[in-house]
Design a protein around this ligand. Structure first.
Ligand code: OGA
Ligand code: NI
Length: 353
């Protein structure tokens, strides 16, 4: 059921930007895991596997250290024991699939070219300049606090609002736990952490990558290489491969692990950390046999949050790289410049004209 209405150029290149901690059945084949020099378990040579369950007990400081290594040396990680139940992961994926299998005219009721819409369907499109087709269809929406937005969400498929609300709340809880730990690991003071988390927003996207005709595979991407304009992005992939990350100059596939999220460092964390952590360049490729879905939850600060690195992260060994700027300024500049990656941050460098 490929989306056919390619409307305006609209992909991430131009994007403006429950329950208790029940361990899940992680079916991670040991043979696919190696250990690196920091003691991190690495999934198929790509990203470290972090157990968020460790954050609540005696392994807290080790887990925080592991998160720091993962962000610094890999730009992301696979996250297990994140506290979102297996039942809910299956429910949100089924609901997203049901949505994208609705007739096109039903989905298109949510279409909007306006990036500031509180909910909008974005369709695949052809980029004539580069002669490529970007095939992702996505339903993007704000979701925190839920009660401000839920009435804008579709009522078709049935139970959409209930399932998506439940997932967003659970994902938000995992995100806050994760961000607290990442900020603490960076050495940020409580005041600086609160300044960001108190007004933290949440924006999510259901992503659909249709199968691609064999003859067009060479010219089609799910998403072109980009970094996310977020603090972190938490991605739930289905079982179909397609996500690739740039590592040492090569695009390498990140194979999904059941019940495990994929987390990327975004541009905002690169700025906040004064470049200790770099945002991860990633893309999505498509195939001719299986459609693919993913659910992304984008963590970002409120519009007026100051995004320069906190003073406690600046010293003689780490001279200030970025000036203070608000998320709103970052977001507006990103839309004007339409850059695909963290070079969006360059105009906020202390050294910029
Ligand atoms: C994104 C993204 C990857 C995927 O939504 O920004 O990069 O696997 N998604 O869908
Ligand atoms: Ni992305």
């Amino acid at each position: 059921m490929a989306p056919t209405k390619a409307v305006v150029a609209d992909d991430h290149l131009a994007l403006p930007a429950g329950g208790k901690n029940t361990p899940l059945t992680n079916t991670i084949p040991i043979s696919n895991v190696q250990t690196d020099i920091y003691g991190l378990e690495i999934w198929e040579g790509t990203l470290p596997i972090i157990d968020l369950g460790g954050i609540h007990g005696p392994r807290r400081s080790d887990t925080i250290k592991q998160l720091g290594h993962a962000c610094q040396h890999y730009g992301g990680f696979m996250l297990k024991n994140h506290g979102i139940s297996e039942r809910l992961l299956n429910d949100i994926m089924s609901k997203a699939r049901e949505f994208f299998h609705l007739p096109e005219e039903e989905r298109m009721k949510l279409y909007s070219p306006d990036p500031t819409s509180l909910i909008r369907l974005a369709t695949g499109f052809k980029d004539d300049n580069q002669n490529v087709f970007v095939s992702r269809e996505s339903l993007k929406f704000h979701c925190h606090p839920i009660e401000n937005y839920v009435n804008l969400w579709p009522t078709n498929p049935p139970s959409y609002r209930e399932v998506v609300s439940e997932y967003c709340v659970a994902a938000k809880r995992a995100e806050i736990t994760l961000l607290e730990a990442v900020f603490e690991g960076l050495g940020m003071e409580r005041k600086s952490i609160d300044q960001i988390l108190d007004n933290h927003g949440q924006y999510a996207s259901l992503n659909y990558y249709p199968t691609c005709d064999k003859s067009n595979l060479g010219l089609t991407f799910g998403l072109r290489g980009h970094t996310d304009p977020t603090i972190l992005t938490m991605l739930l992939p289905d079982e179909v491969s397609g996500l690739e990350i740039l590592q040492d100059g090569d695009w390498v596939p990140v194979k999904p692990i059941p019940n495990t999220l994929i987390v990327h460092v975004g541009d905002v964390l690169q700025g906040l950390s004064n470049c200790r952590y770099k945002s991860l360049l990633h893309r999505v490729i498509v195939n001719s046999e299986k459609e693919r879905l993913s659910i992304a939850s984008y963590c970002y600060p409120s519009n007026d949050t100051q995004m320069g690195p906190p003073k406690e992260l600046i010293d003689d060994d780490h001279p200030l790289i970025y000036k203070d700027y608000t998320y709103e300024e970052f977001y507006t500049t990103m839309w004007k410049q339409r850059l695909p990656d963290a070079s969006r941050l360059d105009s906020f460098k202390v050294s910029a004209a």
